[in-house]
Design a binder for this molecule. Sequence first.
Ligand code: NOJ
Length: 558
Amino acid sequence: MSDTAWLEDATIYTLDVKTFYDSDGDGWGDFQGLIEKLEYVDDLGVDCLWIRPFYPSPLRDNGYDVADYYAVDDRLGTLEDFREFTDRAHDRGIRVLTDLVFNHTSIDHEWFQTARRNPESKYRDYYLWAGDVETAYNTFNIFPEHEDGVWSYDEVADAHYFHQFFHHQPDLNVRNPEVREEFHDILRFWLRQGADGFRIDAAHPMLMPKGHDGGTLAEPIELFKQMKRVVSEEQSDAILLAEADDQPELLPYYFGDGEAFDLQFNFVMNAHLTYAIGVGDTWPLHRAHEIVPDVDGIGKWANFLRNHDEWNLLKLPEEAFHHAREAFGEDAGDSWIFERGHRLRLAEIYDNDLDRVAMAHSLLLSLPDVPVLLAGDEIGMGSDPSLREREAVRTPMQWDDSEYAGFSTSEPGDVHNPVIDEGEYSYERVNVADQLNDPGSLLSRVGELVDARSQCPEIVDGIYSVVDVDRDDVWLHRYDHGDNLLVCGHNFADEPREVACAFGPPEDVSTSIVGDGDYRVEGGDLTFELDGCDYLWIRADKWGKRAPEPGEVLALSR
Ligand code: NOJ
């Protein structure tokens, strides 16, 4: 078994330290606060944390604009706090992934400051410059609402520098071997502080043509293979997770035949899965199954319902993309950003229908691959549209109904982002404390589902298949695992549905693992009886109608 095998059955939870829990009352969440809340995370059942950037940063892009790769923003704590946090997490068997942003730095980074001032310095070639942008390579900017293009003029350097994201995020020149050495040193450094792996931000833009000549690396994937070798040599169980929102057919490339990324976000699945549940129709999910490449043996997908950015819909077919733009969000349209997605949280996408949110989690957690949960979604938090672009979905965690949501004791003016204190998503209505001991709460249901997943080795080791059903609002899938069969049913409709599968175990050897739905077995056929938004996972330890032939997977349906 490889040392990175822990990933196979991991459930990841992502949070931002500065909005999670403030231990010292300065309005900023911090590592000591996170340590205090590890019990919560542990109780939820997750076993891996991906923490978003916490390095010194001017926070023009929420920390994805790094000013120093080797330190902790002092509002969030110290390096010692970070080490203590990883130790305490490890004590609980929780691994820690940190976020590394190698496509670009902040303009405040010392490398850039030196580069712009001193053309002779080695740092000049850490970035990409052009004297004349008319003749230089050109491409689109990833934040089209904010930036006119990919070149910005710097007065001090008297030259233009290249940036695919905001103008304050100059791209690093990945063709420069010294830059790649810097990456390696940074990776080693954080492993030595206790990290267990890294989410590599903007992996796709890292490989894109760059600079005045629009050049790329001769063998682009070598960049990540090299990083993986460095990481594995330092710590054999450390992993790399790619944020590569590329075209589906190009995604397997990032796994480098098993020698680059271990894990990759599945943006294609995200758009389709969350949309399918939102429109109550399974066709987008079927489509995702058709277009997501099979990467068995070379890497794994990380599936998610929402992340901390906009809900990017570009991977939907055109008609659905336009439909999703109109169908979700307020009529005012102010949730729509970057010409591609909504800055809404999961509960809002589903109109605060918590049964639907729970069902979405059930589906996520019962699908193969690695699930990633976004902090706050497990209690049904909403967004604050008055905040600047994606900051809307990055408000502090709502712990209880005391002032400032139990997140901080600070004066409101001092905080990074304010808590949501009005409307249906206010902390008085949506908070951890209220849900913690309520078995029917969203939080309890999500916890139960995380737990159910950990009790189902079928999901990790079984053979997955989608069960054909004669309804387009019910999704059934199954795992064949030795003599076991795990079948999971999800009703996307608001009304009750009955769906029969032409296979099934004798009733007395089947058990329901999780979910309020019901089932019956008649004549060896299994029928799911699901109320609106119900889900149900069933395990059977014996074959029903007939035993499979050797090597055969029974995937029958009416
Ligand atoms: C992806 C991050 O998730 C996003 O928040 C950030 O703006 C871009 N990468 C640029 O770093």
